[in-house]
Structures are given as C-alpha cells and as structure tokens.
Design a protein around this ligand. Structure first.
Ligand code: AVJ
Length: 322
C-alpha cells in the first residue's frame, strides 16, 4: 500500500527531533517550540494569568500605554507581521492605534494552529484591520509577508512576550540578523524582552504553586505519547525550574524520579533515563536593558526608543533597520 510505503522509516520532524534530543549523551533536550500544541498553548494562556508570572501583563501594559507613541514613530503606510502571535490579546492596542490612521494588513505567523485560530478570533473585530494568518516557522512566514509588500509601504515586525529569550546567545543575534535581511532600511521591529530580576521572583514565575507551569512542561511528554506513540509515564517525571547564572537564563527541565526506559515506537527508539537525570525543555533568557540595544546593533538595527515597565521589569524596544 502506498501510504505504508510513505510512512515506513519516514519520521515526522517532531519524531526526528525527539529521537535526536533524547539520544544526546549528556544533557537530553527537547526543542521548546513543541510545548505549544492545543493543550500547551491553552496552558500558556493560563500561565499568563497567574499572579507569579508578570511577563505577559507587563508586555501588555507597555503596549497599551505607549501604542500611540509607537505608531507615531513608524513610517506609514505600514503592514504588521507578528512572530508568534499567541492569543493576540496584547497586539490589540497597536492594531487599534494603527487602524485609526490607515487600513492595515496584519499577518500573524504561528506554528501553533490553535494559537493562530485564537488570535484570528480575538482581533477579528478591529476596524480597518485585515488579518491573514500564516501557519509557518517565523522566517518562512516573514518572507511571505515581505513578498506582499507594495512600493512605498514599510513593515513593522512584532516580536513580543520575550520569545526572543528562548534562543541562546548568540543565536538571538543571528536570528534578528536574519529578520533584518528580510527587511528594508527604515522597517521596524518592536521587541519585547523580560529583564533580569531577583531570583525568588524569577523562580516563582516558572514554578508556580498551582502547578500550571509544571503541567505546561509535562504536556510535552504527553504530546510525545499522543503524536509519536510513546509510553512516557508522566508520574515518573517532575517539573524543575532553575536559574543558570552563567547564561542569565531560567531553564525548565523534566527530572526523572526513577531509572527506567521509555518506548518511542514512532521514532523507532527506546530512551533510557537514570534517576535524577533531566530533559532540558526550555531556556528563557533574562536581559539587561543595555544588552538589548547591543543585540539590536549587532543584528543591523538601531534602538530608536525603549519603554520599561516599573511594576515587572520588562522592556519594549522599537528597533529600526539601518
Ligand atoms: C512564551 C516563551 C515567553 O519563556 O517566559 C512560560 C514561555 N515557559 N512559562 C517564557 C514560558 C514557562 C514563555 N514565552
């Protein structure tokens, strides 16, 4: 049968990434982008409501307060591309401010179809905004947006929520440099970055007492069970949040409570765990304000303006491509 011939030996990207990440001899890892299936995206939405996790609220406060000033500094007409829109909630303020001045195309770019659907529902009612979503990786989506540019239009890229912090250093610079190469001089990038803050506050944000972040992290194993046919016993793993002071990043890990094997037939693979061993599932870098401007300069942008939340240290930086 044809279908069988195609599936035999040909793993999905997810299965291949699971296999390679769990085969690493020292620190096992899984790419954090796989945290966001429908359940993971909805758990993240819940995280963003937790009192201990101030990131999303700080981001939204800054965008709400400064939307008009941000829009005033752009070269109009402008179209908006958002890398990882999530639910789209915090984007409303910028789109409303823009919609008052011009008809605007808004292009959310998301690998999570659940998040993309949420975003289209959330923002569909704003006057003068037309939404075209792309279910793509960030750079592939941005290439599509750039291809639709009409002469005289500029592009505003939104990269909010401190998602940039999920890259390690210097991959964050390399990523922004790739974004810059897709853009033209004068285009803008609005970058949200969570800032370094006292350790207890950071740990609580990534290890909340209600256990929502633990569920968000463990869901990655449940997703492997669902989509790659593995037999992870979630009770044999526990969520861990640590601060790595060398890299300045919060790391999420899943720690094996006992020595055991896990079958992953969809990746044709058995993963062995020893007690106490961890799978590293995410890094979330906490920036220094000065670091953001340097990052921007190295990637080919000038830091035009910066707004910082006083309640929860977080920076919104408007970068202009030079
Ligand atoms: C959505 C990537 C910004 O790193 O803070 C929340 C994801 N992980 N709690 C972050 C997350 C654990 C979040 N980002």
């Amino acid at each position: 049968m044809l279908t069988q011939a195609i599936t035999t030996g040909a793993f999905t990207d997810f299965a291949a990434d699971v296999r390679s990440g769990l085969s690493l001899p020292d620190q096992k890892e899984l790419p954090s982008k796989y945290l966001y299936d429908a359940i993971g995206s909805s758990l993240f939405e819940t995280i963003s409501l937790l009192p201990e996790y101030g990131v999303t609220r700080a981001d939204e406060r800054l965008l709400r307060r400064h939307a008009h000033e941000i829009v005033r500094r752009l070269s109009l007409p402008v179209n908006v591309a958002e890398l990882g829109s999530g639910s789209g909630k915090k984007t409303r303020w910028i789109l409303e401010a823009l919609g008052r001045r011009q008809a605007t195309s808004y292009y959310p770019i998301e690998i999570s179809s659940a998040a993309l659907a949420m975003c289209e529902r959330e923002l569909g009612d704003i006057d003068s905004i037309s939404i075209v979503g792309f279910e793509r990786e960030y750079l592939d989506g941005l290439l599509e947006v750039a291809a639709r540019r009409e002469p005289g239009e500029s592009i505003l890229v939104l990269f909010l929520g401190s998602t940039i912090g999920n890259f390690d250093r210097p991959s964050d610079t390399h990523f922004l440099a790739k974004v810059r190469r897709i853009l033209d001089e004068g285009d803008a990038l609005l970058l949200g970055t969570d800032l370094l803050k006292p350790l207890p506050q950071l740990i609580a944000a990534y290890d909340d007492p209600l256990g929502v972040t633990a569920a968000f992290n463990l869901n990655l194993l449940a997703r492997i069970n669902r989509e790659v046919g593995a037999d992870f016993d979630l009770r044999r793993f526990e969520h861990q949040a640590r601060f790595n002071s060398e890299t300045g990043s919060i790391e999420m890990h899943l720690r094996a409570r006992a020595t055991h094997d896990v079958n992953i037939p969809g990746a044709d693979f058995v993963a062995s765990f020893t007690e106490g061993e961890t799978i590293w599932t995410e890094s979330s870098h906490k920036y220094l304000v000065e670091e953001v401007a340097l990052l921007a300069n190295h990637a080919g942008f000038k830091c035009e303006a910066q707004w910082i939340d006083s309640e929860w240290p977080f920076a919104e930086s408007l970068l202009i491509a030079n």
